[in-house]
Design a protein around this ligand. Structure first.
Ligand SMILES: [Zn+2]
Length: 123
């Protein structure tokens, strides 16, 4: 359940911003989540509800945008977008193939992070 850890981190970031603006309530949180985090939006929403119960973010809506992962090929140097297959999710196997030269000698350069892009508050 790493969604709960993410939910807590998101709350902390949003709370800090809200305090800066002397907000009474956080109403919406806009998130960008890399696909390779394997976060399940429904689980994240549930965890967030629990993590923020009784706080200024209680009842806040999460607007989640899932962004595809990106890899850089060590063989040809090109950058490809990747999609996680069902098999990769099930096995945890993460060998990604370069779209251009088909090499599997690649490194992940994006997709394992989750960011708070923006928040909406009530003052
Ligand atoms: Zn390549």
């Amino acid at each position: 359940m790493h969604e709960f850890a993410f939910a807590h981190k998101i709350y902390k970031i949003a709370e800090e911003t809200a305090k800066k603006y002397k907000a009474k309530k956080i109403t919406v949180i806009y998130l960008e989540i890399g696909e390779l985090t394997l976060i399940i939006p429904e689980l994240l929403r549930e965890s967030f509800k629990i993590a923020t119960s009784g706080t200024i973010a209680e009842g806040a809506e999460l607007k989640i945008e899932i962004l595809p992962g990106k890899i850089k090929c060590r063989a040809c140097g090109k950058i490809s977008e990747i999609q996680i297959t069902r098999e990769a999710k099930l096995t945890g196997l993460q060998l990604f193939q370069c779209k251009y030269c088909k090499s599997k000698n690649t490194e992940i350069i994006f997709g394992k992070s989750a960011n708070v892009k923006n928040i909406q508050i009530q003052q």
